[in-house]
Design a protein around this ligand. Structure first.
Ligand code: NAD
Length: 389
């Protein structure tokens, strides 16, 4: 069976869904791996390294996808009118497509996979269970995004992070505040601590308080019965009440104005990012302060974030609202992402038949499978029984 790895064509995407290391392991499964020429360029992997690992190099997307039974992507393939190549039209009927497909908000795309007979798996929907941890693309990518965000924040900030005692005087440590202590936030806390900053953080999940403290940061937060119940069984945060938001905002007002760097990582699955920092909060901040909003892809945690842009406010606060933070550290994020996909495929690999066997009753498959055999099968996107009747 042929497995195609395409060059990512969506703007700002530097990652790739396979590496020479995973190509070797995919080949060992019995697959012929075909990599589109230039697919690894954004992640510093030349065609020659893919070829040395055993991949065929195809000159373009059409050649890579010709006869493919499996397609590995980082982002969703381009559809008609989305770019110079209609990648979706080139995917053979019956092929398995695996990627972070952005299923929420792109329901028409999911219907198109079904219509074209593509069995699509959206890896961002992977259930947060122990068995799936090594396939968890959101975790692997968020971890690196959190790290990168702190480094970019540090670079945009005109002073150092650690306290420095020099003959010319003492430089105080930077105060870093992290909004949201999930995977990205915890890595941001750890990174800022390693650089010597004074770190505090907040989160609505009750478990986060101990996680924040265990990394040596101070917990900032409103504590109430609501926060004790703020986590879904899937490990995601719930949308909080208006009362909670008001009390949190008051505490934020006090905290925010003292900060040098704020790293925003708060997300609620499938929804717009919660707006935690208002324009007034930003106006209260010190000149030269930096906000790094890695929630920008979901609209951002700061009211003044412009997704995809760097904004400098009137009071000289820099807001970095870049999209796709994992792509800004693409060599590492590609390596981990490629590993996640390899682990997923290996877990559902029929060794004798040398083909994937995604058991429909498996919890992981149920979590990620959008379409199968020409139908939308994911419970969140399948036609509702009433509508079908
Ligand atoms: P996420 O990216 O969905 O959200 C980031 C963080 O923002 C979360 O901690 C969330 O609680 C927080 N948040 C949401 N709204 C907020 C608000 N209004 N104010 C402050 N914070 C807010 O989360 P994530 O990083 O994917 O991880 C969520 C949880 O899942 C974590 O506890 C993580 O450890 C857990 N997890 C478990 C597994 C597993 O068991 N396999 C894998 C990955 C993550």
């Amino acid at each position: 069976m042929r497995l195609a790895v395409l060059k990512e064509r969506r703007p700002g995407e530097a990652r790739v869904a396979a590496t020479p290391d995973t190509v070797k392991k995919l080949t060992a499964l019995g697959l012929t791996v075909v990599v589109e020429s230039g697919a690894g360029a954004g992640s510093s992997i030349p065609d020659s390294e893919f070829a040395a690992a055993g991949a065929e190099i195809a000159p373009d997307a059409a050649a890579a996808l010709s006869g493919a039974g499996i397609v590995f992507k980082v982002q969703a393939p381009l559809g008609p009118g989305e770019g110079d190549v209609d990648e979706m039209a080139l995917i053979p009927r019956g092929a398995l497509l695996v990627g972070t497909l952005g299923a929420y908000g792109n329901e028409d795309r999911t219907r198109a996979y079904a219509e074209r007979g593509i069995d699509a798996c959206a890896m961002e929907l992977l259930p947060r269970i122990t068995r799936a941890q090594s396939m968890d693309v959101l975790s692997s990518q968020a971890n690196l995004a959190g790290y990168r965000a702190v480094l970019e924040g540090a670079t945009a900030y005109g002073r150092g992070f650690p306290m420095m005692m020099t003959a010319a005087g003492t430089v105080p440590p930077a105060a870093v505040f992290v909004l949201g202590a999930g995977v990205a936030g915890l890595q941001a806390i750890a990174t800022a601590r390693r650089l010597g900053a004074k770190v505090s953080a907040t989160d609505v999940r009750p478990a986060a308080k101990e996680e924040i403290k265990s990394l040596g940061a101070a917990f900032i937060g409103v504590e109430s019965e609501e926060t004790a119940a703020a986590q879904t069984s899937g490990g995601y945060a719930k949308e909080m009440s208006e009362d909670f938001k008001r009390r949190q905002a008051e505490l934020m007002a006090e905290t925010v104005k003292k900060q040098d760097i704020i790293v925003c990582t708060a997300l609620t699955l499938g929804r717009a990012a919660p707006k935690i920092l208002s324009a007034e909060h930003v106006a209260s901040m010190k000149p030269g302060a930096v906000i790094v909003d890695i929630a920008a892809d979901a609209g951002g945690n700061c009211a003044l974030t412009v997704p995809g842009e760097k904004v400098v406010t009137e009071n000289d606060v820099t807001i970095l609202g870049w999209r796709n933070w994992p792509s800004r550290i693409a060599v590492a994020s590609s390596a981990l992402y490629a590993r996640n996909l390899l682990t997923f495929l290996t877990a559902f690999w029929d060794k004798d038949g040398k083909k994937p066997n995604l058991k429909p009753e498996d919890e992981i498959v149920q979590g990620v499978a959008l379409t199968r055999g020409g139908a939308v099968v994911h419970p969140a996107f399948a036609p509702k029984p009433a509508a079908a009747a």
